[in-house]
Design a protein around this ligand. Structure first.
Ligand code: ATP
Ligand code: MG
Length: 399
């Protein structure tokens, strides 16, 4: 027989008392959106579990998608069958053959007390059947088995549960409000976005483009990164592309080269704050990491950050580059991030940027020109892309 449903266990939600309903409903909604392509699935929500009923859908692709849904602590593929122990035994054999590992444990719960045999007896009977019918060398291990199969004998049916699969953890995306992610096309910012979403925060992205100095490859890269982040959210993610060229050139015309990077980043922050306000984002998120480059020393951060009131969250601020790369690889953004491209920051990189820029000097250079008007122009001329399933369809597919 094939698996017919998936049992989902909630993560940290259990500690959330009154807010629990909001969390579980959001998790249900996000799961439905993430699994939207499997039209036959149906769902059930109870106090402490969610059931995804497969209705004939293959389990593997559903499992792959569920692994990315934040707010899920763990889940198990399950088989519901008539109350026939022979059928349960056959399913247990199949589970043990299909899972890697050589040690196993059968854990039977018998809530239907009329069913013959104690839980222990049933465990032994099923284990005996497994030894006789499985091809691989097996051992029972009751403390730390590679494969734990749960058998529940209830009034209505027998339920057999496959080995527990670890979920993505965190909170359902959206329960924690919305943030604006500064998405550059580098390695760090997608990781920062992923870590933020994991805490249940929804994201919109902002990308600064400097055409003709940056080209469509750079933009495509950012779209592809946002598309990966989408796999961890709820099917849709917005990318605001800011035309930054005029403001950037004005910065370079009016500042000493050593301060160009500092002032440029102050401008980015100003544009972001306005965009965040306009789009209901409560905080900014970026991929800054202490000491990584001149603009990310503590002096730089303080001088850059002073221009806005909106809080800035920096999820990778204390991670080493290698630690960030590990996460990027795991979440599937690394290969996109290392594609060669021109970023608006890299094109205009000064030869000797100030590593200890002061607020006083930054303000002095900024007083040379009317940057407010240029900042507003950036905000007004933003191009907003909505990345969802239909975004990548070519026109042909619509006919
Ligand atoms: P890497 O160091 O791997 O290039 P990065 O691009 O994230 O990663 P920086 O260029 O030093 O690093 O920028 C620091 C942060 O500023 C980025 O993580 C990102 O959040 C933001 N940022 C930089 N350039 C842009 C851009 N063109 N558009 C939007 N955000 C940007
Ligand atoms: Mg970069």
């Amino acid at each position: 027989m094939e698996a017919n449903y998936i049992l989902v266990r909630f993560g940290e939600l259990t500690t959330k008392g009154k807010n629990r309903k909001i969390f579980t409903r959001k998790l249900l909604k996000n799961s439905k959106e993430q699994l939207g392509e499997f039209e036959q699935l149906t769902y059930q929500l109870t106090h402490d579990r969610m059931y995804v009923i497969l209705n004939g859908a293959a389990k593997e692709p559903v499992v792959a998608k569920l692994k990315n849904v934040f707010g899920i602590h763990s889940f198990s593929v399950a088989y519901k069958m008539e109350k026939d122990l022979e059928a349960a035994k056959a399913v247990v054999v199949k589970i043990i053959e299909d899972n890697p590992g050589t040690t196993f444990k059968i854990d039977t719960k018998r809530s239907d007390k009329n069913f013959p045999g104690s839980s222990q007896e049933i465990n032994r009977e099923i284990a005996g059947h497994v030894f006789h019918n499985c091809q691989k060398e097996l051992k029972v291990n009751v403390i730390n088995p590679d494969i734990l199969v749960r058998v529940e004998i209830r009034q209505d049916a027998i339920y057999v549960m496959d080995n527990t699969i670890k979920g993505a953890g965190g909170y359902p995306v959206g329960v924690g409000g919305k943030a604006l992610l500064m998405l550059s096309g580098g390695i760090d910012s997608p990781v920062a976005g992923y870590l933020t979403m994991k805490r249940g925060v929804d994201l919109e992205c902002v990308h600064f483009a400097a055409p003709p100095y940056t080209n469509d490859f750079a933009k495509q890269k950012v779209i592809d990164l946002a598309d990966v982040l989408r796999e961890y959210s709820h099917g849709t993610i917005k990318v605001h592309v800011v035309p930054f060229t005029r403001l950037q050139l004005a910065v370079y015309d009016n500042c000493d080269e050593s301060y160009a990077m500092t002032v440029m980043r102050r401008m980015m922050y100003r544009v972001c704050e306005k965009l965040a306000e306009k789009n209901g984002c409560l905080v900014l998120v970026n991929g800054e990491s202490i000491g990584q480059v001149a603009s990310q020393t503590l002096h730089s951060m303080a001088t850059i950050n002073e221009v806005i009131d909106t809080p800035v969250i920096r999820p990778v601020v204390c991670l080493d580059k290698l630690e960030i790369i590990d996460i990027a690889t795991k979440i599937g953004t690394y290969d996109i991030s290392i594609r060669p491209h021109e970023d608006c920051c890299t094109i205009f990189t000064p030869k000797q940027p100030a590593t200890k820029p002061t607020r006083h000097k930054a303000r002095h250079y900024e007083s040379n020109f009317d940057f407010e008007a240029l900042v507003d122009e950036c905000v007004e001329q933003v191009e907003t892309l909505t990345i969802n399933d239909s975004y990548f369809k070519t026109d042909d597919e619509f006919f």
